[in-house]
Design a protein around this ligand. Structure first.
Ligand code: PEP
Ligand code: MN
Length: 356
């Protein structure tokens, strides 16, 4: 069953279960209700919970592993658990847990990842690596490499979003481009999406899961609980097994490679148009930077600073206010103009500080 994840022969590979194992009954009941839906390939539960702040529920510990093993036996389903240090691995290996995962807070710490890798040397067990809490692709890749160097051959990545402060729709910002970059760099590695920890609330789960499917992710990990509102951790994002199954059942699955020849040629034509526009954009950007450098020369001659805050603020406002007229999001236009402005500053900085 787990091989289906690594051979990518079942898409999406579905992982579900509660955020935390709380009691024996809760684990067994969640697992059997999930199994009854026919829509789960692996059962998950956290035993050791790394919480951001002390004082909240930190997991039931090793005893919970026995409940998971019981759930596996009763339902004939593989089980996976989060591990953060060597002693966790020892307990999991003793009880024959099928798959391990490294949590986001652990991936962010190379000391911990190395401890895990060392404890897994010579052991053949699949491991899933969540993205680090901070949006750092190299750190994510580094964790995967440490495990590979320990000899592990079955490694999957889990995209669970990145922590941030400020106004929040998502609990963890998805920053899809980081997951896409990892998929591009390691195309053979399965990529699982975790809508629960991205959203932090159940009403957004479906749209994130659907987006992951449309980005051709290989699997989903979604938290489910028999009484979600009363969960001891992550209550706002958990759903009942039945709602989980409905959500998964409503996903539209599309294929990456079009089956009909006709679609290939239609797509090709439209993509040619995109390429033409991209080339045009490149030419425009290049002309814009040529003018920027000219302005840089003038500023240098007349001892004027690169940045005039007022002019920049007005430029930004002007573009952002026009965004919706062009069916573009304000957020995108702000990021786009800021990126162009940054490059302009860099180019002028070079001109101002050159010797000629
Ligand atoms: C979890 O899966 O319950 C968990 C703790 O996730 P993360 O490491 O993504 O925060
Ligand atoms: Mn959780």
């Amino acid at each position: 069953m787990i091989d289906q994840l690594f051979s990518k022969s079942k898409r999406p590979f579905l992982i579900s279960g509660p955020c935390s194992a709380e009691t024996e009954i809760q684990v067994l009941e969640t697992c059997s209700r999930l199994k009854n839906t026919g829509k789960v390939d692996m059962f998950r539960a956290g035993i050791w919970k790394p919480r951001t702040r002390p004082g909240s529920f930190e997991g039931v510990g090793e005893i919970g592993l026995n409940w998971l093993v019981e759930a596996r036996k009763a339902n004939n389903i593989p089980i996976c658990v989060e591990v953060a240090k060597a002693s966790h691995i020892e307990s999991c290996l003793k009880l024959g847990v099928d798959v391990l995962w490294v949590g986001a807070r652990t991936t962010a710490n190379p000391f911990s990842v190395q401890e895990i890798a060392d404890a897994l040397k010579g052991v053949n067990i699949p491991v899933m690596v969540k993205n680090p809490t901070n949006p750092d692709l190299e750190l994510w890749i580094g964790a995967i490499e440490r495990l590979r160097e320990a000899g592990l051959s079955q490694i999957a990545a889990i995209h669970r979003g990145f922590s941030f402060s400020g106004e929040k729709t998502f609990r963890n910002r998805p920053q899809w481009s980081i997951a896409i970059d990892l998929k591009t760099r390691m195309p053979e590695m399965p990529m699982i999406n975790d809508p629960s920890h991205i959203c932090g609330r159940r009403d957004l789960l479906f749209s994130v899961a659907q987006k992951a499917m449309d980005l051709n992710f290989d699997g989903l990990m979604i938290e489910a609980h028999v009484t979600p509102e009363q969960a001891w951790s992550d209550a706002a994002q958990q759903v009942t097994p039945e709602i989980y199954a409905e959500l998964v059942g409503n996903l539209v699955l599309r294929t990456e490679v079009p089956e009909r020849l006709e679609s290939i040629s239609v797509l090709e034509k439209m993509r040619k148009n995109l390429d033409l526009i991209d080339d045009e954009m490149m030419n425009l950007l290049s002309s814009r930077m040529t003018i920027s450098r000219e302005i840089g020369k003038y500023k240098k001659m007349n001892n004027i600073t690169i940045l005039q805050s007022n002019r920049w603020r007005k430029t930004l406002e002007r573009y952002v206010s026009k965004a919706s007229n062009h069916q573009l999001s304000e957020d995108f236009i702000a990021r786009f103009i800021k990126a162009i402005h940054d490059e302009s500053i860099e180019q002028q900085n070079k001109v101002l500080n050159s010797q000629t």
